[in-house]
Design a protein. Structure first.
Length: 78
């Protein structure tokens, strides 16, 4: 069984740390031509800032995000 975690992200844009790390946890990754699935399930993510190049609302996982204007407690009640 995968561990269920919430991700806390300042910004989520192309090639940001959040994009590189969180996307691999959500979608898995390839290494040496082999696909690896993540052993972590991100069940919620909290995004604090939304620059013009924001990806958090555009991702196919957009149903998981919460922003600073939503109830912060929802992320901790997983």
């Amino acid at each position: 069984m995968n561990k269920r975690v919430a991700a806390v992200i300042t910004e989520y844009w192309d090639i940001s740390h959040a994009d590189v790390i969180i996307t691999k946890m959500l979608d898995g990754f390839r290494m040496d031509g082999r696909l690896y699935a993540s052993t972590i399930d991100i069940v919620s993510f909290y995004v604090d800032k939304f620059p013009p190049n924001d990806l958090s609302r555009e991702t196919r996982h957009s149903d998981l995000w919460h922003d600073s204007r939503s109830a912060v407690g929802r992320s901790s009640r997983i």
